[in-house]
Structures are given as C-alpha cells and as structure tokens.
Design a binder for this molecule. Sequence first.
Ligand code: FES
Length: 106
Amino acid sequence: MVTINFVQPDGSVQKVNAVIGTTIMETAVQNGVKGIDADCGGACACATCHVYIAEDWVEKVESASSMETDMLEFAAMPAAASRLSCQMKVTSDLEGLVVNVPSQQC
Ligand code: FES
C-alpha cells in the first residue's frame, strides 16, 4: 500500500491508501474521490479521470503514452502536468504522490 493525496479545487486533501498494481483512477473511484468519474472504466477513451500531477511529482512519474497524450486533448483544460489517472499504475515509488483534481470535473 502507498498513500496518494487527492487535492480538490477548494484545497481540501483526501489521503487514501492505494494498492500497488492498481491504477490511480481505481484508487480514486474506490475511495469516492469527487471529480474522478472514469466513465469509460479505464479504457483511455473518456478523459473523465483527468488529474494534474503536483509540480514536485511531475519528474518522478512515468511519461504518458502517445495514446494517453492523444486522449488528453479531450480533457477539460489540459496542461503540461495533465495525466489520465487510469493510465497511471500505483507503484511503491509513488508513496505520497499528490494529484490535483481539475475544477471543471467537480
Ligand atoms: Fe476513461 Fe481514464 S477512465 S480515460
């Protein structure tokens, strides 16, 4: 287990335990994180699991695949730190990861 911090647009933080090998999206949905709808169930086909990786973490997470990058164009207000949380596997390296939930999804 690792701890993932989901930051809502109002600044509130939801710390949740994530099982290694699952995805950040699955972790969010299982813990009722507001703003992560994941309409396609993780098929990289909806962009409703969009998050912004916190600045301190951007260099520490793996890069997005070309398929993810293409789908991010359909996300609300994409930015350099945007990721689709369904495409991010939970690993031990992500202990303490901070992701911001876009205000447009809440
Ligand atoms: Fe649909 Fe991530 S859950 S793209």
